[in-house]
Design a protein around this ligand. Structure first.
Ligand SMILES: Cc1cc2nc3c(=O)[nH]c(=O)nc-3n(C[C@H](O)[C@H](O)[C@H](O)COP(=O)(O)OP(=O)(O)OC[C@H]3O[C@@H](n4cnc5c(N)ncnc54)[C@H](O)[C@@H]3O)c2cc1C
Ligand code: FES
Length: 263
């Protein structure tokens, strides 16, 4: 029997917004029902109440949960994220979630490598807290264009790479991880970031290590209704829906062909 998935549409008020880097913010919302149910890798759809512009909700991975609050980490690149960064304490948005399939549970004693780039850094707090609870060892590898776009979270250390070499390894985060393997091999890899990064993680590690990729496809509904977020199934002409079947897929389930969109 399939159990009903608990999902809520919750009016959520802003508790705090912090600027973490160049155009990078984290906003904390009072959202008790979603915070109580979300797991690592799941997302919410955020809408700005009755505003017509932006009309469509935006998807955000849940970054962290503390008590009845949840945080969203975002790069202010367009209309939705700029508006979000300008909200004041006490302003409200509508959050719909938790949505989608997150990362799998890890087993005590396993080692997980977490590879993130750009806004994919959002998953670091929630994933590392979940791995701490299951007593799983992990290493975080974080990539950004430059030092100003690289973010560090409290209590989590990362091995860093920047495209311009302004801090950490000079090159992509996938090249950084390749420089360590095969001397070290984890039991699992979790990755979140731009599609070219995920495609390289799939190519370089997918056949070597159980690898889980959190994909970003444009989403209008987030719940499997609009068919707007196709991700090509590997070895098939059919597609998954990123919002319902993902956003986390096992690397051997998907193909970054023409139906997968880049960030
Ligand atoms: C499952 C899922 C989880 C997501 N989680 C996060 C998250 O945790 N944090 C986050 O910041 N975003 C996340 N996104 C992306 C997010 O939904 C928005 O698309 C993105 O933040 C831009 O929204 P916007 O309204 O500001 O930009 P829009 O006004 O929709 O777009 C403006 C322009 O910015 C470009 N653009 C869009 N996204 C990016 C980007 N990431 N980098 C550079 N240019 C871009 C667009 O191509 C467009 O030209 C996620 C998406 C999905 C599907
Ligand atoms: S966003 Fe509507 S089906 Fe996935």
């Amino acid at each position: 029997m399939t159990l009903p998935i608990e999902r809520f549409v919750e009016l959520s008020s802003v508790e705090e917004t912090k600027r973490l880097g160049e155009r990078i913010f984290i906003t904390k919302f009072q959202s008790p029902r979603i915070a109580a149910k979300v797991s690592a890798g799941q997302f919410v759809m955020l809408s700005f109440g009755n505003m017509l512009d932006p009309f469509l909700p935006r998807a955000f991975s849940v970054c962290d949960v503390v008590g009845e609050s949840l945080s969203l980490f975002y790069v202010a690149v367009g209309k939705g994220t700029s508006l979000l960064s300008e909200l004041e304490i006490g302003d409200s948005v509508m959050l719909n979630g938790p949505l989608g399939r997150g990362f799998p549970e890890a087993t005590s004693g396993e080692t997980v490598w977490i590879i993130v780039g750009g806004s994919g850094m959002a998953i670091i707090p929630i994933v590392t807290k979940s791995l701490n609870r299951s007593d799983t060892k992990y290493k975080v590898f974080a990539g950004a264009r430059n030092a100003r776009q690289l973010v560090h979270f409290d209590l989590v250390s990362s091995v860093d790479a920047t495209d311009d070499g302004s801090t950490g390894y000079h090159g992509t985060v996938v090249d950084l991880v390749k420089s360590l393997a095969p001397k070290e091999i984890p039991n699992k890899i979790f990755a979140c970031g731009p599609t070219p990064m995920l495609a390289n993680v799939q190519k370089d590690f997918g056949s070597m290590v159980p690898t889980y990729l959190s994909v970003e496809a444009p989403m209008a509904c987030g719940m499997g209704f609009c068919q707007g977020c196709p991700v090509k199934k590997k070895g098939s002409s059919e597609c998954y829906l990123a919002c319902k079947d993902g956003p986390v897929f096992r690397s051997d389930e998907i193909d970054f062909g023409r139906s997968s969109h880049s960030k």
